[in-house]
Design a protein around this ligand. Structure first.
Ligand code: GDG
Length: 743
């Protein structure tokens, strides 16, 4: 409305000015037309009355002539008529012939012509016409017309012209305002879509989005520019920041102050266990917990997780919440309770017997049961309800962790459409053909596409995901911006390589390396200078533990000089032991170790020591620091944090990392010895190379790897995702604001 008035008033004033300026022109024009008209009229009257007048004059009937004149001047416009026989005489005149007209003056008017004169009554038109009579050659007829009607008509015309221009102004304004409003709305929705990174670049037929083909090139350029500026700023900012828990906390305080942040994961960061009459608090050694803790402490958010500890129920309040960390509470855990059937179907069943083998190409067949799927859907729904009930605002930031919650983003989106949902998939994403065997393929993809940002460790996994979406569900994939538009909602698919805390916790690297070497060797009955290799894994078939042992066997076959001089200690934390495939795998691993040891032990130290038990993080680090090499041989792994932990543990710049090419970490740590775990000969050669590698080469490789892990640590991983989410929220708030302000 304001916009309309701002536009219409000046336009009206301009047109009124034009009307005012053109009035004299219109006046002059109409006057000229009317004078010409009256001239012609006067000539016609003069011609018509000459004959009867001459007859009357010839008969000297002057009184009749005057009556004749009076009769003619009954005409509305003919004001008076006069006749002068000669300049010297008096005019024979009708009523109203103005006193100013004298016969002797007519000579001054050169005998004939038209004149305008002004009397008190108004303007008059005086026409003098010579008589065409031989009897009175000097006779002149004077015809006086009243011109006041011209003034009246001129006034009227002026008024009409003015009305016309005002009407024109109103119509022009109305049309202009309507067009302006329509195109402004188009622009605004275009700009809003542009700021969201969609809309203007949509292909025709891509839903009820604005399609303004003429803006496409501008939009594309703008989008590219914004993206470049953003990524420039982000790279610059990121590189300038020294990423620590404190800096992450400080940045998030600034960027996300007052925001409602919710984390959802299957595993909880603090587990309460009952030990007799005592309650113990355990913090699971997990990369995910390490990464998420600083975020939660910074934002005082809520962490929703499965309450799996034996004393979890007795430690929560009536809302199933508990404030943590126990010594200095900064955020809340909201525990979700699962029945045994739910846990069996959702966690062991669909997540770990279905999705886990499906996403890891480790040649273990996924098992899909509709009963597991039903529990998976139900548990995801349960967590979605928990998110909604814990959300203090209508647009919280929700961080959904891992493959246990593929359906959760969509379920949350249905309840909280304005939420910013970041889902992070910690395991690989396979190629479309492999993923396609999942009977609930489309539901899983649609569920994940409820996210605002979907994160994977590597670009390869992002590509696989986008290819899968492109292949199987109705969605628009933009490979330039790496976004997927599905059901009118845009999801950005991004690479966020996870990492570990840097520097590692002081307690983990406190014990000097020589002491670690000595103690670990003593503990395992190995001679002081014995060569030691380590592997630290959950006892999972994706970790390639059997392929690792096959490589050790091959090393001893090809290089028998290492028999009795080299031992490999495998720490294998029990995991998912309720699943048959894992039990089978453990049995196979144990049998293989027995066979290889049997073959090469020969009275000395065994080639392989298998420790199927959970170790404390401090013990794990002691093994890392004691070892000459660490072997990570995953058959397929999202990232593999063990590789980074080994690097972090080696502040003495020694030790060699042998790393499977099928881990995300191999993209970031090219200074390790990269191997194909399926190629036993290649792995054996790498083992031998590691065992004989000179100290300075070990140092050069280790320093480069340590620099990388230090720079790209877990705080940066978390910070990048949260900063991207904060930027996304700023953009969408700006778009909403601009839209609301002008629409
Ligand atoms: C998933 C993805 C991705 C192992 N044994 C013990 C123990 N660990 C610790 C290690 C390390 C962690 O567990 C294992 O992390 P990984 O990354 O190697 O592998 P997953 O558990 O499969 O994790 C993986 C990760 O999520 C993060 O996104 O990298 O690709 O599969 O921290 O040190 N810790 C203790 N005792 C053990 O016996 N304390």
């Amino acid at each position: 409305m304001k916009l309309s008035l701002r536009f219409v008033l000046p336009l009206m004033l301009v047109l009124a000015g034009i009307a005012y300026a053109t009035a004299p022109l219109v006046d002059g024009l109409t006057l000229r037309w009317f004078v010409k008209d009256i001239d012609m009229r006067s000539a016609l009257i003069a011609n018509t009355i000459q004959e009867p007048l001459q007859e009357l004059l010839a008969a000297d009937r002057k009184t009749r002539a005057v009556e004749f004149f009076n009769r003619i001047t009954r005409d509305e416009r003919l004001y008076a008529i006069g006749y002068c026989a000669s300049p010297a005489g008096t005019a024979l005149a009708s009523r109203f012939l103005p006193d100013e007209i004298h016969c002797h003056d007519l000579e001054g008017w050169r005998g004939s012509g038209e004149h305008l004169m002004q009397i008190a009554k108004g303007p008059l038109h005086v026409a003098v016409k010579p008589m065409e009579s031989e009897a009175a050659p000097a006779g002149r007829l004077v015809l006086v017309h009243d011109m006041s009607f011209i003034v009246r008509r001129s006034e009227e015309t002026k008024r009409y012209v003015f009305y016309f221009f005002m009407g024109l102004a109103a119509v022009v304004s109305l049309i202009t305002v309507i067009i302006a409003q329509l195109s402004w709305r188009g622009w605004m929705s275009g700009m809003r879509a542009l700021l969201r990174g969609e809309g203007l670049l949509r292909q025709p037929g891509a839903g009820a989005q604005p399609k303004l083909p003429e803006f496409k090139p501008i939009a594309r350029d703008l989008q590219r520019l914004i993206r470049e500026l953003e990524s420039d700023a982000r790279t610059r900012d990121e590189a300038q920041i020294n990423w620590t828990p404190e800096s992450l906390r400080a940045i998030l305080h600034g960027e996300l102050r007052g925001e409602d942040v919710i984390v959802v994961s299957n595993r909880e960061p603090y587990i309460h266990q009952r030990r007799g009459d005592r309650i113990e608090v355990q913090q699971p050694a997990s990369g995910l917990v390490t990464a998420m803790e600083p975020i939660m402490r910074a934002c005082s958010g809520t962490w929703i997780a499965h309450g799996s500890g034996s004393a979890d129920r007795e430690t929560v309040d009536k809302n199933d919440r508990i404030a943590v960390p126990p010594d200095n509470p900064a955020y809340q855990i909201r525990r979700v309770w699962l029945t045994a059937e739910e846990e069996a179907g959702y966690y062991y069943g669909f997540a770990n017997e279905g999705l886990w083998p499906l996403c890891h190409i480790a040649h273990v067949r996924p098992t899909f049961r509709s009963s597991d799927w039903a529990q998976y859907v139900a548990v995801n729904r349960k967590f979605a309800q928990a998110v909604v009930s814990e959300s203090k605002t209508k647009d919280p930031i929700v961080l959904v962790q891992d493959y246990h919650f593929a359906l959760l983003p969509k379920m949350i989106r249905e309840e909280l459409p304005d939420a910013t949902i970041i889902a992070f998939w910690h395991i690989p994403w396979p190629n479309p053909e492999s993923f396609a065997i999942c009977p609930w393929r489309d539901e899983v993809l649609a569920g994940m596409l409820g996210s605002s940002i979907l994160g994977f460790h590597t670009q390869f996994h992002c590509n696989n995901f986008v290819d899968t979406v492109d292949r199987f569900i109705e969605a628009r994939v933009d490979r330039e911006s790496f976004t997927v538009s599905h059901g009118g909602k845009l999801t950005a698919v991004r690479r966020y390589p996870i990492s570990i805390a840097w520097p590692p916790e002081a307690g983990l690297v406190q014990k000097p390396v020589p002491d670690c070497r000595r103690d670990i060797r003593q503990m395992n009955d190995l001679p002081p200078e014995h060569k030691l290799g380590v592997g630290i894994d959950r006892l999972d078939y994706t970790k390639g533990i059997m392929e690792r042992f096959r490589a050790i066997e091959r090393l001893l076959e090809l290089h028998p000089e290492w028999i009795g001089r080299f031992t490999f200690v495998q720490v294998a934390a029990p995991t998912r032991s309720g699943i048959e495939e894992y039990q089978h795998h453990e049995a196979q691993v144990r049998a293989m170790v027995a066979r290889i040891n049997d073959r090469f032990e020969r009275g000395g130290p065994p080639p392989i020591v298998l420790k199927v038990e959970h170790h404390e993080p401090r013990e794990v680090y002691e093994y890392f620091r004691a070892a000459d090499l660490c072997f990570v041989s995953s058959l397929h792994d999202g990232m593999n944090l063990v590789a980074k932990e080994f690097v972090a543990a080696r502040d003495d710049d020694r030790g060699v990392l042998i790393l499977s090419q099928f881990t995300g970490a191999s993209r970031e740590l090219p200074e390790s010895l990269i191997v194909n775990p399926y190629d036993a000969d290649q792995c054996a050669a790498a083992l031998n190379m590691a065992l004989i590698m000179p100290a300075d080469e070990q140092r050069d490789r280790m320093r480069l790897m340590r620099d990388l892990v230090a720079e790209f640590n877990v705080f940066r991983w978390a910070g990048r995702m949260l900063l991207d989410a904060a930027a996304m929220r700023r953009r969408s708030r700006l778009a909403d604001k601009t839209g609301r302000g002008e629409a």
